[in-house]
Design a binder for this molecule. Structure first.
Ligand code: GTP
Ligand code: ZN
Length: 205
């Protein structure tokens, strides 16, 4: 996969003024974004988050997953560190798309777990592709990252595509009673590391 740089602008956020850099995936037409804070170019490992789109969690306040909480926490940590980058990748639903994710949620409402639901729909558990990350980081002058993730398979996948991961930083936030089972399945079936203390989300209902 190859991506091309298209445009950039300032993006003021609650944590500080980031620069938003937009890329187009030449084959699929997908529009990916890098949110950059501070000075990131050079050989020093950069605090980074590779975040997969989750409309429900990132924008619609869903408590079914931990995505929105991770997104906010990562941006806050980057601002606190003084520099860093978040790649916001348009691969909704681990690559199956929003409408298929809603179908998967429907199956989960009836008892399937997140992996079984994907399989019942004829998809692999995780269909994501990380090949756009290296060219996006390269454009920003980033050669090495400290990656905020609980997913060791994401670390391995990135390294396959030439991204140097100098270290992994756990990102455990947003656990609540609606996503406990989902997080347990990610740990049991998808290899996520969630053994450290997990910060609970406020659960109001
Ligand atoms: N197919 C499917 N996708 C989901 C489901 N819940 C969340 N997602 C998607 O999963 C992606 C986030 O992946 P996660 O498995 O939560 O976490 P990760 O990115 O692998 O790992 P972290 O870096 O630790 O967050 C987003 O694209 C979400 O839209 C689900 O039940 N089914
Ligand atoms: Zn989510």
């Amino acid at each position: 996969m190859s991506v091309k740089y298209v445009a950039e602008s300032k993006l003021p956020m609650p944590w500080g003024v980031f620069t938003m850099v937009g890329f187009e995936d030449i084959e699929t037409g997908k529009e990916h974004v890098a949110l950059v804070y501070g000075d990131v170019a050079g050989d020093t490992p950069v605090l980074a988050r590779i975040h997969s789109e989750c409309l429900t969690g990132d924008a619609l306040f869903s408590l079914r997953c931990d995505c929105g909480f991770q997104l906010q926490e990562a941006l806050q940590r980057i601002a606190e560190a003084g520099s860093g980058v978040l790649l916001y990748l348009r691969q909704e639903g681990r690559g199956i798309g929003l409408l298929n994710k809603i179908k998967a949620y429907h199956l989960q409402d009836q008892g399937a777990d997140t992996v079984e639901a994907n399989e019942q729909l004829g998809f692999a558990a995780d269909m994501r592709d990380y090949s756009m990350c290296e060219p996006m980081l390269e454009h920003l002058g980033i050669t090495s990252v400290q990656l905020m993730t609980n997913n060791p398979r994401k670390v391995a996948a990135l390294e396959t595509y030439g991204v140097k991961v100098a270290g992994r930083v756990p990102l455990q936030v947003g656990k609540n009673r609606h996503n406990e089972g989902y997080l347990a399945t990610k740990m049991g079936k998808l290899g996520h590391m969630m053994t450290e203390h997990h910060f609970n989300a406020e659960d109001k209902d």
